[in-house]
Write a new protein. Structure first.
Length: 245
């Protein structure tokens, strides 16, 4: 699975180490030494993955992710940081990072994360060679509609902007209204985040989603808490249905 990877890392030794490991696995690698250069490279090509250090000159990694997601660029982002506090990690997650590793890290683990991200991306972007014309990639729970193919969400007809993590959690819940998902199960939907991240990650995503899709986030009617267990999507009528045009 060869890929085009941009490595944004201002530490030359770290950048060279990552480059060598990636090239040994057959990937094409371009190194950017600051955040603005990384942004320019992403805008002028379509890389398969961005490995992004947080602490960089000209624009830090968090700003880079913020800009990329504001521009609706969905390329996978694996962030690297020397920061290890949960708040810092959650901020990167909330901005739209797909995975997060803290320094020092094992290069072999880093390559494993890269492989997993690339496999997941290929699964979601490669079209079915024999598409079924009757297949609909949209889920509807009441007036909440999720288009999994286009990565779009609407609530009561309003477009909703979701980070990748929010989208995965929302899709899992909407696919089975009424089913209670534990926090651990929802963490699995987020896929492979750093060991510092725990149940608070899910709570943060749910809180952010409620602000976006609930008429009153303080009195949720869609994303319900099942105390001591987890969360569920409220059932509407017969639950999830295929959205119609």
């Amino acid at each position: 699975m060869c890929a085009d990877v941009i490595v944004a890392e201002d530490d030359e030794k770290q950048a060279e180490l990552i480059r060598r490991y990636l090239e040994n696995e057959g990937h094409t690698v371009t190194v950017a030494k600051d955040g603005l250069t990384a942004l320019e490279q992403v805008r002028h090509r379509t890389p398969d993955l961005l490995v992004l250090d947080v602490m960089m000159p000209r624009a830090d990694g968090l700003d880079v992710v913020r800009v990329l997601r504001a521009e609706h660029r969905d390329l996978p982002v694996l962030m690297l940081t020397a920061r290890s506090t949960e708040d810092d990690l959650l901020l990167g997650l909330d901005l739209g990072a797909d995975d997060y590793m803290t320094k020092p890290y094992s290069p072999r683990e880093l390559m494993a994360r890269v492989r997993t991200l690339l496999r997941r991306t290929r699964r979601t972007t490669t079209p079915d060679p024999t598409p079924d014309p009757d297949t609909d990639h949209r889920l509807a729970v009441g007036t909440l509609v999720i288009d999994t193919a286009r990565h779009e969400v609407t609530a009561d007809g309003r477009p909703i902007e979701c980070t990748p993590g929010e989208f995965r959690i929302l899709t899992a819940l909407a696919a089975e209204p009424g089913r209670v998902f534990s926090r651990q199960r929802l963490l699995e939907e987020l896929h492979g985040f750093d060991r510092y991240i725990g149940n608070r990650t899910v709570d943060m995503h749910i809180s952010n989603l409620r602000k976006k899709i609930e008429p009153d986030p303080r009195k949720p009617v869609r994303l319900l808490t099942v105390f001591g267990v987890g969360y569920k999507m409220a059932e509407t009528g017969k639950g999830t249905r295929r959205a119609t045009t």
